[in-house]
Design a protein around this ligand. Structure first.
Ligand SMILES: Cc1ncc(C[n+]2csc(CCOP(=O)(O)OP(=O)(O)O)c2C)c(N)n1
Length: 378
């Protein structure tokens, strides 16, 4: 495979790739024709459902039923697009704004919700904050809170796949703020030298919590940095899910062909607050939010589907109602489950529990048995 200049030399392009204009007009029909219409509808339904889940989850947090939540509103295309573009054997290293990867790749919905509550069926056993799930069966690695750690981890698995001759690429996700972390340099430099089949997917959503892009870097585009590492760099319209699918497919082909890594910069916007602990009204304008709200990835795909007669208001309302019922019901089920067993606190770190941990474990058990503990198992 060659890149978009017809060469196998890594090329950096900052002209944003787009397949659909913001009003849904198709700019690249040949590419649209590569995706079955049923898949386009399924992708739209999934993104719309995600928006409903995010909205519901924020309300649950406000009611005191969830400790924390972090929405991907406005950035849905940046997780559903890559999830659609890649293959079952590929590896995913999400940040915290990519639930679409899990849900599209088949993580059980209830398990995703169980993580929000931290109950006994939470895949991470209640040890992390909500939104920090893992999905082993889907090749999705656990989300880490320290931003950027996923970047060198992703390069490690990409390089391992190359050494073993596996036909797998690894992709990691992070925001533009995270691209100023040392882990970004470590990961991209290693991937460049060893031609690891890694895809670095940077969601440039304008802000790192309250810090605007201009205050995190003087670079005009994050993708330009690819040049310094000798890897491909591409800018894509991150609110155009078809363009996202296109660039991720190309990056995967490039990696599978043995040419190495690609840095993708998806230009998008975080319509929601950073998290339920954030208030964006203190650092950005309502006009800016409205401007991007009009350009959101859902509106664009819906406009296209409607011109093809594949979507209408009745289907929209039915999808919203079904998604709302689904998330409310799953949250009810999650809240009814017990906490993780206290014994699990001692699991998973050592194959055999060392003596000092065994002593602490015995002390804990004795303390609980004495009835002096305030801890009440559910
Ligand atoms: C190493 C580290 N530093 C700081 C934080 C606190 N923190 C959490 S999210 C975040 C902003 C990250 O912004 P960006 O990478 O642009 O991603 P976005 O949230 O916009 O998707 C910060 C500073 C952290 N979790 N880890």
């Amino acid at each position: 495979m060659s890149d978009n200049l017809g060469t196998t030399a890594p090329h950096v392009s900052v002209e944003p790739v787009s397949v659909m204009a913001p009003d849904g007009t198709v700019l690249d029909q040949d590419f649209v024709d590569t995706i079955p219409e049923a898949d386009l509808v399924a992708l739209y339904e999934a993104m719309l459902a995600q928006r409903v889940y995010d909205d519901r989850m924020i309300k649950m947090q406000r009611q005191g039923r969830l400790g924390f939540y972090l929405a991907c509103t406005g950035e849905e295309a940046c997780s559903y697009g890559p999830a659609y573009a890649l293959q079952a054997q590929d590896w995913f290293y999400p940040a915290y704004r990519e639930p679409g990867i899990a849900l599209w790749r088949g993580m059980p919905f209830q398990a995703w919700i169980d993580n929000m509550v931290g109950n006994c069926d939470d895949p991470v056993k209640g040890r992390q904050m909500p939104v920090h799930w893992t999905a082993r069966a889907q090749n999705i690695v656990s989300i880490s809170s320290p931003v950027g750690t996923q970047i060198p981890q992703c390069v490690g698995s990409a390089y391992a796949a190359k050494l073993r001759g596996d036909d797998a690429v690894s992709i990691c996700f992070f925001g533009e703020g995270t691209s100023s972390e040392g882990d970004f340099h470590v990961g991209l430099n290693f991937a460049g030298v060893w031609k690891a089949p890694a895809i670095f997917f940077c969601r440039n959503n304008g802000y790192a919590i309250s810090t605007p892009y201009e205050k995190t870097t003087a670079a005009k585009h994050i993708a330009l940095r690819a040049h310094g590492y000798g890897i491909r760099g591409v800018v894509v319209d991150g609110n155009d899910i078809l363009a996202v699918i296109k660039v991720v497919r190309e990056a995967a082909e490039w990696g599978r062909a043995g040419h190495g890594a690609t840095l993708i910069e998806a230009k998008t916007y975080r319509i929601a607050a950073h998290s339920t602990s954030d208030d964006p009204t203190s650092y950005r304008t309502r006009e800016e939010e409205a401007h991007w709200g009009e350009r959101c990835p859902l509106k664009r795909l819906r406009a296209y589907l409607e011109t093809k007669g594949l979507w209408d208001e009745a289907r929209e309302q039915a999808c919203i109602t079904a998604s709302s019922e689904r998330v409310i019901s799953a949250l009810g089920v999650a809240e009814g489950k017990p906490h993780p067993d206290l014994d699990t606190v001692f699991d998973d770190v050592f194959a055999e529990r060392p003596a000092h941990l065994q002593a602490q474990y015995s002390e804990l058990k004795a303390h609980l048995a004495s009835g002096q503990s305030a801890y009440k198992p559910k």
